[in-house]
Design a protein around this ligand. Structure first.
Ligand SMILES: Cc1cc2nc3c(=O)[nH]c(=O)nc-3n(C[C@H](O)[C@H](O)[C@H](O)COP(=O)(O)O)c2cc1C
Length: 202
């Protein structure tokens, strides 16, 4: 399969933009990662460093109209998940933090155990050890005690557990509006404003 990794590293960080690491793993909701990348692409102050898991390649194909290569094109820099020697694997590579969107239970388990056998897991491990912001958009239903324990472990080390919960107060007219609201809550944690994000009582 042509997974587009020939494009990896094509676009090099060349400026002082703030770096946000984005991981897309194989939970349902790949569109959330895609929409988040699209929003960040429009923000001149930030650049995105993207890692896509093998599971996510599958969900992107099954759930969205995008190809994996099209998703990669939305990021400033893309990394091969197997490249555990990439910049993201080191704490010396400065970033604002990492968002894993969506985050599968397998990836949650890997992070919770410090089992960093791919670049997405290693980047999350680095984010935690460097005490940077880590947002995990965990998605599974129902959640087993194992899932909940692993998420608690991450919360205890400071990660923000932000499952893609639907807000009802804003009366979203479409799934797109709903997704935008979820992404607005996430990017708020990086002080990034999202157009169309509805705040309660504003
Ligand atoms: C269409 C599809 C939807 C899936 N949805 C979920 C999900 O919502 N949550 C989850 O934890 N795993 C889900 N999985 C299973 C994961 O993709 C699988 O466990 C995979 O090994 C995760 O690996 P990764 O975290 O490295 O991407 C889904 C798989 C497919 C094909």
């Amino acid at each position: 399969m042509n997974n587009g990794f020939s494009q990896v590293g094509d676009k090099v960080a060349i400026n002082n933009k703030k770096r946000v690491v984005v991981g897309i793993s194989g939970a349902s909701g790949a569109i959330l990662g895609i929409e988040l990348l699209k929003i960040l692409r429009e923000n001149p102050d930030y650049e995105t460093h993207l890692v896509i898991s093998r599971g996510a390649e599958e969900t992107i194909l099954q759930e969205t109209k995008y190809t994996v290569v099209e998703v990669m094109d939305l990021a400033d820099k893309v990394y091969d998940i197997n490249n555990i020697g990439a910049s993201l694997a080191s704490g010396t590579f400065k970033t604002e933090g990492m968002i894993i969107i969506p985050c599968s239970m397998k990836t949650v388990a890997g992070i919770a155990c410090g089992y960093s056998d791919n670049l997405l897991l290693r980047a999350a491990d680095v984010t935690i050890k460097e005490r940077r912001r880590l947002v995990v958009v965990t998605r599974e239903c129902p959640l087993s005690a194992i899932h909940l324990r692993n998420m608690l472990t991450l919360a205890e080390v400071g990660a923000l557990i932000m499952p893609p919960m639907v807000s009802y107060y804003n009366k979203a007219a479409s799934i797109e509006d709903m997704n935008r609201q979820i992404i607005g809550r996430i990017l708020e944690k990086f002080s990034i404003e999202v157009k169309g994000f509805n705040r309660w009582c504003e």
